[in-house]
Design a protein around this ligand. Structure first.
Ligand code: DQA
Length: 386
């Protein structure tokens, strides 16, 4: 697989340009990192930088024949229809990357004229955003994906992957983490989705409104419910087994997975797999999880009623009435393992069927990373659920 990475104007100055926004990594270092990530992903990376619109367009044209493009068009993002048209014209899967959180800066940076011709937009993750873009392109190449809209908003979409083999297929709905913030997106679960699909699960890796892009308790949970319910719209055409739908969530996505059991879903949920979930909002808030993430998600001010918080916290809604598999690493640096320990105990006390695994020496990300042994443990248990 061959991927062309194009950086636009002023990105030659990163390292010294506004380091408080772009960090201290230089362009040379960034490109070296990308080549390394390419080796890991078994693909060839070509890098290019220019400050000139026409040169970027020429490089895009010359990329025809490659398998994908990653482009950070710099300020051209916000107004260059010529670059947008070039991306569209070459017809290669293209990922738009921004080092900074363009949605949290000057209003004009929120506008991107290239997003609609890109398969994904990654922003606000710093330099690792390029690594995630490489992973996204390799995941797309590894298993065909159909992106389906389940609602009217741009975040109301999901990636459906259909396994080979006998149908109807059991379904795994995937809910990514990232503290409910919009800098995180469903590409984070691409590797897990590909692996689950290889193992015979149809995967529905969904996007939803997040904090920063219209998300918050009400709108985010409404999106998740709609996305799960929408499975019935395309189940028949894709031979999905709707009596076998497992919802798998990671971190804040684990919180959303647990809450999915609380709402009345149009499509019944057969089991919930919560990986390092935020099962208790109050405890997460007290532990400072995600640096104010709970308050931002709840849009909470001191005047707001406690009631709203109760509705949003899975531990306050037990029993959930759905079989639960909870896995948490005891070295999780994002969500304290103590939250799952007490959640699992309380859920069992309240009458839920709970399988709880605490994995020794395992951190947060390993639980969804198919290259890590922790994932093997997760997948063994998930496979038992079908
Ligand atoms: C940028 C964001 C743009 O708004 C800006 O003009 C850049 C860099 C980023 O990587 O965050 O030059 O694309």
């Amino acid at each position: 697989m061959r991927i062309v990475i194009i950086n636009g104007p002023n990105l030659n100055l990163i390292g010294t340009r506004s380091p408080e926004i772009y960090g201290t990594t230089t362009l040379d270092e960034l490109e070296a990192l990308c080549h390394g990530w390419g080796v890991e992903a078994e693909c060839v990376i070509e890098t290019y930088q220019s400050n000139h619109e026409g040169d970027i367009i020429d490089r895009l044209h010359a990329a025809r024949g490659a398998d994908g493009v990653i482009i950070n068009p710099g300020a051209f993002t916000h107004y260059s229809y010529a670059i947008r048209d070039a991306i569209d014209a070459i017809g290669l899967p293209t990922v738009e990357v921004h080092i900074s959180n363009v949605r949290d800066r000057e209003p004009w940076r929120r506008v991107s004229v290239v997003s609609d011709v890109c398969v994904s937009t990654i922003f606000g993750r710093g330099i690792p955003g390029y690594r995630d873009a490489i992973r996204h392109l390799t995941a797309r190449a590894a298993w065909p994906v159909e992106t389906i809209a389940y609602g009217p908003d741009s975040d109301n979409v999901g990636d459906l992957r259909i396994p080979r083999g006998e149908s109807p297929h059991p379904v795994a709905v995937l809910l990514h983490g990232g503290h409910w913030r919009d800098t995180a997106a469903r590409d984070l679960l691409d590797p897990a989705a590909v692996d689950l699909t290889r193992r015979g699960w149809a995967t529905w890796n969904i996007e939803f409104a997040r904090v920063g892009s219209g998300g918050g308790f009400r709108s985010t949970t409404a999106d998740v419910a709609q996305a799960i319910g929408s499975l019935s719209d395309f189940a028949e055409g894709h031979e999905l087994d709707l009596s076998n739908v497992v919802v798998i969530g990671h971190g804040s996505g684990g919180h959303l997975a647990l809450l999915a059991a609380v709402g009345k879903s149009e499509v019944p949920i057969s089991a919930i797999v919560a990986l390092a979930p935020i099962g208790d909002l109050e405890a997460a808030h007290e532990a400072g999880v995600g640096d104010g993430a709970v308050e931002a998600f709840m849009r909470r001010t001191p005047e707001q009623s406690q009631e709203r918080h109760v509705a949003a916290s899975p531990i306050m809604n037990l029993p959930l009435g759905v079989p639960l598999l909870i896995v948490h690493g005891d070295e999780d640096e994002r969500v304290p393992v103590s939250i799952s320990r007490s959640f699992a105990g309380r859920a069992a006390d309240e009458g839920d069927t709970v399988v709880y695994h605490e994995l020794e020496g395992v951190g947060h990300e390993a639980l969804t990373d198919p290259t890590m042994p922790a994932w093997v443990k997760v997948i063994d248990e998930v496979d038992r659920l079908r």
